[in-house]
Design a protein around this ligand. Structure first.
Ligand code: NCD
Length: 330
């Protein structure tokens, strides 16, 4: 709880939709899920639902007309980058896309802080993906405009975790009381670091399944225990599959390995396929932040429990909600 409020600013302004909308998000950096409480999540998800219904009815609208979002990506991205771009454009704003930093001044040796100062002179908020853990926090320490962490190395990926929780809610109707099993690369997977923290705000049973060298970091597990969670750690996922309501599958993060022979040793440890899912409940979901490599067979894609493609769409509504809340005009 110590740093839950670290990135909040005390401003009091009114958002343009819903008279008594909470304004505590205005101008906020989104760096870590640890800055959110249950009430924050309820607000974000309520706005995300409004965004969904607006998109379904009218496609795009003018809530953030004139606002510019900088998408600053030092690592590859398909979904995060394009869903933020689509989100701001559906809200009437525009996007400044910096994808290939080798064509920017970063390749001349510019430090992150200077690149952030540059981008914030042109944009109203910056979405940042960077290979170093802590980079979003460094960016937020110099920025006067909101920084949204889109993945800081193996650290966190808060907006992904928010969309993961929103997906569970929309698909299963609740979070409390569920059994969630997170399987794959729990050591380097930033999405699962954020997700585990966020799930600690709910009353759930949590299982971690990973190969011996890819366990959830001990400090994170200790932190969850301090918050009253009792995650069970396993190597074999078949033993927890029958009781699982949400199976969160992740890719082994090849780019984080110094020794690729270790990657080869653990890749393909778990594969979701029609045969492996035979013992799972009929009403449960399989989600994945994507991209998948070999951990979910394409043969499973037509199964109604395969929610990972629907999850991508929920992501755009959650990112629209975050942009609307952070950039909402008086
Ligand atoms: C994830 C990421 O970049 O951390 N992807 C995403 O944002 N949807 C997961 C991954 O790359 O494995």
């Amino acid at each position: 709880m110590a740093n839950r409020n670290r990135f909040k600013r005390s401003v009091s302004r009114h958002l343009p939709f819903g008279e008594k909308r909470d304004t505590r998000f205005y101008g906020m950096h989104i760096v870590s899920v640890q800055q959110f409480d249950r009430q924050d999540l309820d607000t974000i998800f309520e706005v995300a639902r409004e965004m969904r219904s607006m998109v379904e009815r009218v496609g795009s609208f003018d809530l953030l007309k004139g606002k510019v979002l900088a998408n600053l990506f030092y690592e590859p991205s398909t979904r995060t980058s394009s869903s933020f771009a689509a989100a701001v454009q559906r809200l009437g704003g525009s996007v400044l896309q910096i994808n290939n930093v080798t064509f920017s001044s970063v390749s001349k040796g510019e430090v992150l802080q200077d690149t952030i100062r540059t981008m914030e002179s042109y944009a109203d908020a910056i979405v940042l993906r960077h290979p170093e853990e802590g980079s979003a926090s460094i960016a937020a320490s110099v920025a006067t405009k909101p920084i949204i962490n889109a993945g800081d190395g193996p650290g966190e990926h808060p907006t992904q975790a928010l969309l993961d929780v929103f997906t569970i809610l929309e698909e299963l109707g609740r979070i409390d009381g569920l059994t969630v099993t997170i399987v794959g690369d729990l050591k380097y997977g930033r999405t699962v670091h954020s997700l585990a923290h966020l799930l600690s705000l709910y009353d759930i049973r949590l299982h971690f399944v990973a190969p011996d060298i890819l366990h959830m970091p001990a400090t994170l597990v200790d932190n969850l225990k301090e918050q009253g969670m009792a995650p069970c750690e396993h190597v074999n996922f078949e033993e927890v599959l029958p009781e699982t309501d949400v199976l969160y599958v992740t890719r082994v993060q090849r780019e984080r390995f110094d020794d690729l022979s270790m990657y080869e040793r653990v890749r393909g440890s778990y594969v979701v396929a029609p045969e492996t899912m035979a013992s799972a409940k009929a009403r449960m979901i399989v989600i994945h932040p994507l991209p998948r490599v070999d951990e979910i067979s394409m043969q499973f894609d037509d199964d109604p429990r395969a929610a990972y493609f629907r999850q991508m769409e929920y992501g755009m509504y959650v990112r629209m909600a975050l942009l609307a809340l952070v950039l909402g005009k008086a």
